[in-house]
Design a protein around this ligand. Structure first.
Ligand code: GRF
Length: 234
């Protein structure tokens, strides 16, 4: 009886947090990856899937840029990859495009979406289709330096440490709940290119780790905060 009560509390408590991944021990989460550029983070994610450190498989890669390197990288790995029309706006998907992107992902059975250098803002319908299941990586310690070329912003500002943030995506620009962060020191002789290169090395480790924590349910979202799930706790 006590045990049943605890189980009930457990499931009710979970309902307040993000839905647990509910993966069977060996079931792999189906991941969609969206990109606009070269796709080195996609490569790191795909490598982690193959290595088994990320319990997922990349089911579909979508790009808004027809010749984005991420599409070629995916094709080389035998992963389905497509360019889809982003619609009439420059910085976001329009409503028609958003519906088409959601449908493509749903048709591929995608459960979680990872943005990997995707240069458009996702709004209502897309985020409602994957509630608390769209993740992004940003090349700074948010909330410092949101937006474009965050490594250049950090150099221009003169900070001594910048870094990497993995966060869930909400309606804002780089404002969603933070899943994990790592610091990168700024060197006296850094250029924008050298700093971005060191940031990317950290990204390639942090992004698969953070995704694994999310899809396995070891990290839960609680309002603005994310926390380590305590085994057996509500
Ligand atoms: C990364 O620096 C990422 O943080 C930012 O865009 C860049 C994408 O790089 N969002 P890549 O296409 O994954 O190599």
């Amino acid at each position: 009886m006590v045990r049943r009560f605890r189980l009930l509390c457990l499931s009710l408590g979970r309902g307040l947090l993000t839905r647990p991944a509910r993966v069977g021990e060996n079931r792999k989460i189906r991941l969609g990856v969206l990109g606009s550029g070269k796709g080195s983070n996609f490569g790191a994610i795909a490598d982690a899937c193959v290595a088994g450190t990320l319990s997922a498989e990349v089911a579909l890669v979508l790009a808004d840029v027809p010749d984005a390197g991420i599409l070629q990288r995916a094709t080389e790995r035998g992963i389905p990859a497509r360019h889809l029309d982003p619609g009439r706006y420059r910085t976001r998907l329009d409503e028609t495009a958003e519906a088409a992107w959601v449908k493509a992902l749903q048709d591929a059975g995608v459960e979680w979406v990872a943005l990997a250098g995707f240069m458009r803002i996702l709004k209502g319908a897309f985020l409602r289709a994957f509630p608390l299941r769209v993740v992004n990586i940003h090349p700074s310690l948010l909330p410092s330096f949101p937006g474009l070329e965050a490594w250049r912003q950090a150099l221009d500002y003169g900070v001594k440490h910048t870094g990497v943030t993995v966060h869930l995506v909400d309606q804002g620009v780089d404002t969603g709940p933070i899943v994990n962060q790592a610091t990168v020191p700024v060197r006296d002789d850094d250029t924008p290119a050298s700093l971005h290169a060191r940031i990317q090395e950290v990204e390639h480790r942090l992004y698969p780790e953070a995704l694994q924590a999310l899809v396995s349910g070891t990290v839960r979202v609680d309002g603005r905060r994310t926390r380590q799930a305590v085994p057996g706790a509500a």
